[in-house]
Design a protein around this ligand. Structure first.
Ligand code: V0V
Length: 143
């Protein structure tokens, strides 16, 4: 099911400052940006110059929209930093079903809305070796 590392997510307090830092120091380009109200985030996908958003691995900048969302809680507990590792998958429902059957806890009963109309679910960090693992089925692969 897993075809690539889709993105690595960094929790930040200030979206614009983080985007500018990565542009100024590393030359990363903001390839995509959106607000996800359900997840409580303003999020942006950064790509190294010469790579393509949606094809190559991206860096996801995640800034909280309010004090209650997952990113706000993460920053309050751990400070800014790496928050998630996201794998691109061909079929998020089928993989989730196999994981559940193997006793791995998924956060959602059904996939939710993710970046660029992808469908997403997460493996609980306690079952992911201390890593919050996101499963991303891109919109193009929707069935
Ligand atoms: C919490 N823990 C983590 C963690 N967050 N460990 C590794 N990485 C993280 N990001 C640990 C925490 O330290 C606790 O360990 C334990 O997990 C359980 O914590 P909890 O207090 O029960 O739960 P919360 O309130 O910290 O919530 C954790 C979860 C939450 C993972 C349930 O963050 C969540 O629902 N995340 C999924 C949604 C999300 O992250 N959305 C933002 C990105 P100890 O202290 O007990 O040892 S949105 C996105 O990625 C989009 C839109 C996209 O890509 O398309």
């Amino acid at each position: 099911y897993v075809t690539a590392i889709d993105h690595v997510g960094i929790a930040v307090p200030d979206f614009d400052a983080a985007v500018q830092w990565h542009r100024d120091h590393l030359g990363l380009v903001l390839a995509h940006e959106e607000i996800n109200e359900e997840q409580g985030v303003r999020e942006g996908m950064l790509s190294p110059a010469g790579t393509a958003f949606g094809t190559d691995t991206a860096i996801q900048i995640l800034a909280p929209l309010d004090d209650e969302c997952a990113i706000a809680k993460f920053i309050a507990r751990s400070g800014p930093g790496l928050q998630q590792l996201a794998y691109r998958v061909t079929d998020v429902e089928a993989l989730s079903a196999e994981l559940r059957a193997a006793g791995v806890r998924l956060l959602y009963d059904a996939p939710r809305h993710g970046t660029a109309d992808s469908r997403i679910n997460f493996i609980h960090p306690k079952d992911g070796g201390g890593v919050l693992i996101e499963l991303v089925e891109p919109a193009a692969a929707a069935h």
